[in-house]
Design a protein around this ligand. Structure first.
Ligand code: UDP
Ligand code: MG
Length: 328
């Protein structure tokens, strides 16, 4: 079903962590592009995720000069996924677009994405075709990341789909109901199972300024989080490892006994085999305990049911009640 552009409002959510170098250019390009879409109302929500550079004051100056811009100022760095959540919570549009602040997601694409939504699509995803910024190491890293993720997770996330997407209000509301602390938007969207979606290909752009915030450590923790929050397969694998180890020890026991009873020179003596078996079983137990611990730790975090973030909202002076504190 076609949507009406003249009575619709689009929310654009941009998560920002130390992006002072890109912000002015980003802001100019987004407002330019959106200006070309006649009759369409929009709001631009910057989420400042505890930046330590000048990002905050730069965004404040955007808010002061433009009534369509708002700033959700998080009290500290909560991470990209929570920053996007905070933006979503403050978005009032009929659809919500998420994008990065480093201009790796070209603002020009907004027009095409919004047109797809107006023509009736519920979700518009984007796919990167090439990443000129990535060296072989980071390409390898992201290959391993997605391979691991898709083998172990129940909701596969294809690679090359960045956090640049449009979600219709009705699904945005469903995503808002998911209150888990450990979240990964890509997984949540794939969990929705929406069929009425479209994919737009685009050429990946190099970062406009600054450095990527995803080092190897963060990537590993993101992979672990997304596997564990979308699947209990690792627990099952742990049980399988236990069963295999048990079978192995029974088989070995039988072989040793037969050998002891039949051969004159008993081969399996000495500390060697004993020590290896103890180490083997010991490590299997530690691995399994570790996997259980990963789940337990997350349950520990989730049952506390803390708010996901602490934020202050800054609006243009012309908008009534222009500052408020929010916690979700
Ligand atoms: N980001 C954020 N909080 C963080 C880390 C990153 O809001 O803790 C933002 C960052 O400013 C950028 C986006 O998330 O707009 C993606 O981060 P980055 O470009 O560093 O990731 P990459 O593109 O290298 O995967
Ligand atoms: Mg980036």
């Amino acid at each position: 079903m076609k949507r009406r552009a003249d009575s619709s409002k689009v929310s654009i959510v941009v998560s920002v962590y130390n992006e002072q170098g890109s912000l002015p250019e980003l802001h100019r390009r987004i407002t330019d592009t959106m200006g070309k879409l006649d009759n369409l109302d929009f709001e631009l929500i910057y989420v400042n995720d505890g930046s330590t550079d000048d990002s905050f004051s730069i965004i404040r100056s955007f808010v002061e000069t433009d009534a369509r811009t708002r700033l959700v100022h998080l009290a500290r760095n909560f991470g990209h996924e929570i920053a996007m959540t905070a933006g979503l919570d403050h978005a009032g549009g009929d659809c919500v677009v998420f994008m990065d602040a480093d201009l790796q997601h070209p603002p020009d694409l907004l027009q095409q994405m919004i047109r797809e939504w107006i023509s009736g699509k519920d979700i518009v995803l984007t796919r990167r075709t090439d990443n000129p910024d990535a060296g072989w190491f980071s390409t390898l890293k992201s290959k391993i990341f997605y391979k691991l993720l898709n083998t172990l997770s129940d909701f596969p996330v294809p690679s090359q789909f960045p956090d640049f997407r449009l979600i219709d209000r009705k699904y945005a509301d469903v995503v808002r109901k998911m209150k888990e602390n450990n979240r990964m938007f890509r997984g949540l969207i794939s969990w929705l199972g929406v069929k009425n979606q479209v994919i737009i290909d685009f050429m990946a752009q190099p970062r406009f300024a600054g450095k990527s915030k995803y080092g190897t450590k963060k990537l590993i923790s993101l992979a672990l989080n997304s596997i564990i929050s979308f699947s209990i397969k690792p627990l099952r694998i742990a049980s399988y490892i236990g069963i295999i180890a048990a079978l192995l020890s029974i088989v070995l026991g039988i072989i040793f006994t037969i050998d002891f009873l039949t051969s004159e020179t008993y081969q399996f003596t000495g500390y060697g085999t004993t020590i290896i078996m103890i180490i083997f079983i010991g490590s299997v137990q530690l691995i399994v305990l570790g996997i259980i611990g990963e789940y337990l730790g997350r349950i520990h975090i989730e049952v506390k049911n803390r708010p996901l973030y602490v934020a202050e909202l800054f609006l243009n002076d012309s908008v009534a009640g222009n500052q408020q504190n929010t916690m979700h």
